[in-house]
Design a protein around this ligand. Structure first.
Ligand SMILES: Nc1ncnc2c1ncn2[C@@H]1O[C@H](COP(=O)(O)OP(=O)(O)OP(=O)(O)O)[C@@H](O)[C@H]1O
Ligand SMILES: [Mg+2]
Length: 336
């Protein structure tokens, strides 16, 4: 691996879903689920992708995993372009990039014992010499996610939700992945179990140098584990920065609104709350100009017609809002 090269690079990724209608099943409209998203993730780094339901987070994850073809853009894993790679060549990529979904139960075969659930990826990637070796390797995976080894012959229904999510994580680790996409991986868990799984992910990251793309609709969940945060709104990233800056000095009005909804330890402390009104507009027909303009408390005329680019507003901090312009620039833009 070349030093300083990101493990994952995503450039202008788009995923549009055709909507077919009429007798001939022609494409009558498109869902602009992901509409030009760029970010990168370093080895051993956690980037969180947050935003309201339907903004395109899971679609980003699934497009990266090549669960469906991408509409446009480029994706590089360790410098190798993977978005247009022939299906026959995807195997090594799949070994390095794995996913953990929200509901481990539905993705774990109820008729398979843990030894076989975790043994499957090991066999698929030719990582076990024989049955005894496979059992030993499964045992090591169980140690990693802190599941008791004597549970190796149990079935998924014999585990609690948190334990099942540990199995999901072990399955993602099995092929030796260095990037794990966690799509709402802790969202369905109770608070205390959620904290345990988050701690496990942080420990595994330290131990194995894992990179994580952590997808969550909830900013509060990502605060304790992420290095950087990308905020999505209707298929676009509207703000991207490190965790500390995002929580202390958010720039985009949408990020400020999301943060206003995060519970704080002292609810009586003074805060500048930004309450979001109205529903998220449809990604089939996104608003003109800035997609957030229909709900933005700071909207002005320019926002309705001109789409703001994602611009640098500080070191390692970018935001897509016309208010990011330097005052002189705004004045110039206004007089044009
Ligand atoms: N296979 C598909 N066909 C058509 N539209 C789709 C498909 N998958 C997702 N969409 C649409 O794309 C948009 C983004 O969906 P996506 O699941 O990525 O959102 P999300 O941010 O993950 O939401 P949530 O927080 O609810 O999981 C939504 O409008 C969704 O209805
Ligand atoms: Mg989702």
């Amino acid at each position: 691996m070349t030093p300083n090269r990101p493990l994952l690079e995503v450039k202008n990724l788009k995923k549009h879903f055709p909507i077919r209608g009429g007798l001939l099943g022609r494409t009558t409209a498109k869902v602009y689920a992901v509409d030009g998203v760029s970010f990168d993730i370093a080895k051993g780094e956690t980037l969180s992708l947050v935003g309201e339901s339907g903004c395109g987070k899971s679609t980003v994850g699934k497009a990266l995993l090549r669960l469906y073809p991408v509409t446009d853009g480029e994706v590089y894993l360790d410098g190798q372009r993977i978005d247009n790679m022939a299906a026959s060549k995807l195997r090594p990529m799949r070994q390095r990039m794995q996913v953990v979904f929200q509901d481990p139960f539905s993705s774990l075969n109820p008729r398979m014992r843990i030894v076989d659930i975790l043994g499957e990826p090991l066999s698929n990637f030719g990582m076990a010499k024989n049955r005894a070796d496979l059992r030993e390797r499964v045992g090591l995976l169980m140690d990693k996610v802190r599941l008791p080894r004597d549970a190796i012959d149990r079935f998924p229904h014999e585990f609690s939700g948190g334990q099942r999510q540990r199995i999901g994580i072990a399955r993602a680790l099995a092929p030796g992945a260095d990037l794990i996409i966690c799509d709402e991986a802790v969202s369905a868990l109770d608070v205390s179990v959620k904290a345990q799984i988050i701690n496990l992910l942080v420990d595994l990251q330290d131990e194995l140098g894992l990179a994580l793309l952590f997808i969550s609709h909830d900013l509060a969940t990502v605060e304790h584990l992420t290095h950087r945060v990308a905020v999505m709104y209707l298929g676009k990233i509207v703000e991207l920065t490190d965790r500390r800056t995002l929580f202390a000095k958010p720039h985009h009005p949408y990020t400020k609104a999301l943060l206003s909804a995060v519970p704080v330890p002292d609810p009586t402390a003074p805060r500048n709350r930004v309450i979001l009104t109205g529903d998220v507009p449809s990604p089939i027909n996104p608003p003109s100009g800035c997609r957030f303009h229909t709900r933005c408390p700071l909207v002005h005329d320019r926002c309705r017609v001109e789409e703001p680019a994602l611009r640098t507003v500080g070191e390692g901090h970018s935001s897509a809002c016309h208010l990011t312009h330097a005052p002189g620039e705004l004045a110039m833009a206004g007089s044009a």
